[in-house]
Unconditional design. Structure first.
Lengths: 559, 559
């Protein structure tokens, strides 16, 4: 059956490239989902085929797709169902080099084995299909009519570590963990253990990272190999704890991001900058991406749990190819992935009464919903304003400047007939003022990169983080439901008392984790978002002060 | 034959009024041209009938109209041809009170006899049909194939003062004056004599007014009569030379304007503010019109010739109804109207060689043409910018403010769950910043009336003045042509030598006058236009300084 997606956002394809422009609400049939790097290929109603970012679309439900298929849509290659029972190929496959200049499709890279990510697209689809307001349990990955028994057996298979793919299938379902089926014999590294403490009443927080550090993302360099046949951009990452730089490409970030998303089902992982196919080597683009990657790195560094995890440290420090490969393999087979990571979390050893946590949690859900709308709106405003100052405001001041320059030219004609005897001829003053207005137009054109674009970059991170919460709430809801099921089993004599106590304790770990994340997100806002707004306002002040200074210069021309 | 006009500008009719919106290039058939006050009634292609400003259209040529008539357009009442041989009724007619609340259609006014102006519309048509770039002699009022003989006889009739209408027919043609047929026995009042002196080479100027003065237009008051049945706005004019106020309505200004235009064929008369039918009693409109009338008055006061003429002084000083009426009649029968006013002008007593004056004059023509385009363009920019800051900029900053306020509301939800313990909650800071941005939006909304609208008002005056020049150049060209004809007559022995010398002297008066007006216009620009730009820039500085101050207040909210 053909798979269909619906565009959730507008996307403007680069003209002359293989990109396809899509419009919010538009339905496309998916022709290829193995393009890589978050891009899918699809066909629109006008028969145009092209690439679009998978993150910009949501996959239509089977029922909707069925309807479209039966309505006689052209048969196109099938998009793999992310939740299908037969695992799609993951390792040792050759990614199609659909663009040989592409900085991530390069299969012959030193780190060629790192995350070509055939599973990437379905993962993205899973993430985007979980939308704000859709907190229902049914949005969880997994068959909609599963029961404890079938899940337990699935979990059993997963727990055995037989395949990352199967893990992916239930990684975000808490069932196997709640049921105590996720225990592995592998020791959890000390660095990955996480502790939650109570601050007050219903406020819980992660124990802070005792050795906070920062990482500088710097000097993007265009590197090449095979005697210049292959070129790519490499960013230099320098952690403050060792001051040793490592060189990482976007595709390494992408691989890392996938690992973090797989590992932390209950912790929002900040998003990477958007993918872009064309213009990747342009200086302005490279610098902007560096800033965005810095934002991503900063966010992870500030997180008490993510900042300590092994895969992150591997990414920040590894400089040896062999060690890189083994570390990569280890990370991809991590048994403490998804909700199973809860095994590494140590909250206060006290049962949380559902009645106590219900109101704060509901408030948190309501907040995330409102905040998502607010951030989305402010991001739209930022983008509009950035576009406007780049185009319209610049053009307007240029138009004023041109208008004055034309007047200066007209005045100069008459000053040829009757020269001005005392002082500067008016034509000259007006001409200079015209030039100054054109200059003000230029500053409007440059302004966005100082205020609106950085604001938009920050909001991009917030949007990504906010987008993770619905899945987290959903997972939590699933855990609560599973606990209720177990209570019933216990009441029916099918589960022992100690078993139920364990279930309760594990459910509490999930609850504590969600609450700790809400706390962390608040502290992020109280510092990081505050700083963002402060920077933004100060940049605006600087800008308008610059306009005033130029206007004062204009006034001096006509003393 | 139905008369047709073509819209030269867009005009947006007030919704719900009798006004008709017209679009540049649109052709309308004229249904009434006796509406008064510069309004005509017409029918558009969709059959809609309504009023539009006569100054916004140009009358189609007889050939074009013929074509449209024969193509089967509906027969509509005929618009009087301003240059028709049979004079339309002027005095003692009852103007149609098409709007009884109209502040100028009030026939029972104390000054009821002042300028109901049935001839107004055609005069406007004459003015607007002479467009920049159309400097050709054929655009002169008068039969296109006139000859000296017929003109001389026409001039003879006119000189006898038998009717203002006939005067109007040739008022702008210099022929009768050049031929020496315009002499009357009436003495020219001392105050109206004008002197031109040479400044340098080809630069000539009017002798300055020895007693310069100013006039304040103030306190527009809504007055009423007939126990409140009639209301109108009266402006108080106070000249500095006597400090005695007179009360004048727009319609008195309009009558005066007509007199000045009739009298000074070679001197550009500044335009009055545009006519407006609806919203005339709104405070904002009244105040704006006061400012525009002040601009008009200032311009006349600064003119060395216009500022001294009798009708202007009559307008500025008369407080007695009977004297007003006699002064009015005198002004309307003024024998020194149009080019005949040249009889009151005394230039240097030296013949100007056409070869000497040709280049500066051509430069002047070229300048007026370029300047007109530049002013028109800058005026469009002003109007667009005024609209933009009133609407778009205001809306944009409000949108930013609203976006921040929404975010503040979202943050407040989570602060209910986890109150901020130290310092001001982020929701509060963000909320206040949102309010400040909305405030900035308000200042954008108010800004235009401080910078763009005053600039536009000034440019309105310049547009009107520039619009007069083509007619002036054209009249001059006609005089030069007539002189050549006389030269030929002289060469053929049909004109005596002293007669030709007189013709030459009179032609020189026209040339000197045109040159003096170019000089006056330059000095106006070097002071008045300079001041205009200075004021504009200073207002912009003040505005952006205000924006900076508000942003600084916003920054303080998030210390």
């Amino acid at each position: 059956m053909t798979s269909y997606v619906r565009a959730m956002y507008d996307f403007s394809g680069e003209p002359g490239s293989s990109e396809l422009s899509i419009v919010t609400g538009e339905v496309l049939s998916v022709t290829r989902s193995d393009v890589g790097e978050g891009w899918w290929e699809g066909k629109n109603a006008r028969g145009q085929i092209g690439l679009f970012p998978a993150a910009y679309v949501e996959v239509l439900s089977a029922a909707e797709a069925q309807k479209l298929n039966s309505s006689g849509a052209a048969a196109v290659p099938q998009v793999p169902d992310p939740f299908a029972t037969s695992p799609p190929p993951r390792y040792d496959q050759t990614a199609e080099d659909w663009d040989d200049d592409d900085d991530w499709s390069d299969d012959n890279d030193t780190y060629s084995e790192i995350g070509q990510g055939a599973q990437k697209a379905p993962a993205a689809a899973g993430a985007t299909s979980a939308r704000i307001g859709d907190y229902d349990h049914k949005s969880l990955p997994g068959p909609p009519n599963d029961d404890t028994q079938s899940l337990a057996s699935a979990a059993g298979t997963g727990a055995g570590g037989s395949g990352t793919v199967k893990k992916g299938m239930f990684a975000k379902s808490s069932d196997s963990y709640i049921l105590g089926l996720s225990n592995t014999t592998e020791k959890i590294p000390e660095s990955e253990l996480a502790y939650i403490t109570q601050v007050e009443d219903t406020i819980y927080q992660w124990t802070k990272n005792q050795s906070p550090y920062s990482v500088v993302v710097a000097s993007p360099k265009k590197e090449s190999k095979f005697k210049g046949m292959k070129t790519f951009i490499a960013y230099q990452l320098t952690p403050s704890f060792n001051n040793i730089s490592v060189s990482r490409r976007y595709k390494h970030f992408d691989w890392l991001h996938e690992r973090l998303v797989d590992k932390f089902a209950l912790i929002p992982v900040p998003p990477l900058p958007d993918k872009q196919i064309s213009g990747r080597y342009e200086e302005q683009f490279v610098e902007h991406r560096r800033v965005q990657l810095q934002e991503f790195v900063d966010w992870v560094c500030r997180h008490p749990v993510m900042s300590k995890c092994e895969v992150w440290h591997h990414f920040l420090t590894c400089r040896d190819e062999k060690i890189w490969k083994s570390g990569k393999r280890k990370a991809e087979r991590d048994p403490y992935m998804g909700v199973n990571y809860c095994l590494a979390i140590f909250p206060p050893d006290r049962h949380i009464l559902p009645s106590v946590i219900e109101t704060p949690l509901e408030t948190g859900i309501q907040f995330i919903h409102s905040m998502d709308a607010a951030v989305r709106n402010l991001n739209n405003i930022s983008n509009d304003m950035a576009k406007r100052s780049l185009a319209q405001s610049k053009k307007e001041f240029q138009r004023i400047g041109d208008g004055l320059s034309d007047m200066a030219k007209a005045l100069a004609i008459d000053e040829r007939r009757a020269p001005t005897r005392n002082g500067i001829p008016l034509s000259e003053s007006v001409g200079r003022i015209g030039g100054i207005f054109i200059g003000i137009g230029q500053t409007f054109g440059d302004q966005a990169k100082h205020d609106w674009i950085p604001l938009s970059d920050r909001l991009h991170i917030y949007r990504g983080v906010l987008n993770c919460f619905p899945d987290i709430f959903s997972t939590h809801k699933g855990a609560i439901q599973k606990r209720k099921d177990c209570q019933r089993s216990h009441d029916e004599g099918k589960m022992s008392n100690p078993q139920l106590q364990d279930v309760n304790r594990r459910t509490d770990v999930v609850t504590y984790t969600v609450m700790a994340e809400l706390t962390h997100f608040k502290s992020e806002r109280d510092t990081h978002l505050k700083q963002t707004l402060k920077t933004f306002i100060n940049e605006q002040i600087k800008f308008y002060q610059g306009v005033v200074a130029r206007l004062q210069e204009a006034a001096r021309q006509i003393e």
